[in-house]
Design a protein around this ligand. Sequence first.
Ligand code: ADE
Length: 419
Amino acid sequence: MNYDIKDIGLASEGKKRIDWADNDMPVLRQVREKFAKEQPLKGRKMSACLHMTAETANLARTLKAGGADLVCCASNPLSTQDDVTASLVKDYGIPIFAIKGEDNETYYKHMKTAVEHAPVVTMDDGADLVSMILSDYPDIAANVLGSMEETTTGVIRLRAMEKHDALKFPVISVNDATTKNLFDNRYGTGQSTLDGIIRATDVLLAGRNVVVVGYGWCGKGVAMRASGMGANVTVIEVEPVRALEAVMDGFRVTGIAEAAQYGDLFITVTGDIHVIRKEHFAVMKDGAMVANSGHFNVELDIEGLTELASEIRRSVRNFVDQYVMADGRRVNLLGEGRLINLAAAEGHPASVMDMSFATQALATEYVIENEGKLDNRVYNVPNEIENWVASLKLKSMGITIDELTEEQKHYLASWEMGT
Ligand code: ADE
């Protein structure tokens, strides 16, 4: 079997982490059992470009249990857990091409290997794999039945492809499933982003001015958790309704130019480019910390920051680079501006990835079941999948909920009864 990982000798540590995560992934486990029996992916070539974590390992095991001929590569150069990839290769026989800290050239070489596997189904976290297939491999694209996308950033890119007629196969937006974004984006990003920042810096959040840029589900989660830890949270948001929501959720809302002057910690979660720019870095306080938890590091204008700096002190702590301004002020960039939750911590905890990845696996089955019936556009996850995942999650938590009575069903379906 061909693979490229850091060190196969790390497998036993990785296996322990995969098992630990699996304990908190009961829904995905059930999907795995169902897949093992029904073999819905039997013999289908798949390539997955995802963060190579313990949670992803359990998804990969599930796809393999369903019969898929799977190859994986990383969706970010810094998010790979090298012990996990070792175990995936050694204990589960899944070819992996990913090494934590790989340079851009290696990152794309690994992705190319996953593309040249000639998958009929792909899975992406950021749409890099789909972009490569559509740009450079038209023959492979012609055979792709469908693809799944995990992130807001990826869905934005895919919708742009759809609009420009560049999308050559259907895509299921797993990111837009409520079983994904309400939990993974909100509670997962909320907790893991602060976890990454705290592991990288060891700072106390209570009493600090934390500026959260973006108030989508991820931003809401980060703002809520930072506030819960005693920070004074400011939200920066360009969409009026969301900005108003942030105001009524109790946060200070302003523009980045103003917040740049008083923030102690800046966290970007927008999915957009250069939301903190050179002119904002230029007015930051001494000791300001800047982190990104959006998919790509383009949210921060790192080139602009570099131009401002008279000195760059690399690795003043693990995952902290210090940019020193001409007047001596220091701006600390965390995790090279890459998603801090995966760079400096372990990403979202298993119990939220449980729902996202169960949804991914079931969406894969859906794409294969609907071979030839879907158009080349971005689809939402079918409601039945979402309801199934949510019901199983509740059940695994020991929670039972009421059902509508016949009278209530009738009432909801009628219009005659008023006051
Ligand atoms: N994205 C965010 N957290 C993750 C995790 N733990 N595994 C895979 N992808 C993730």
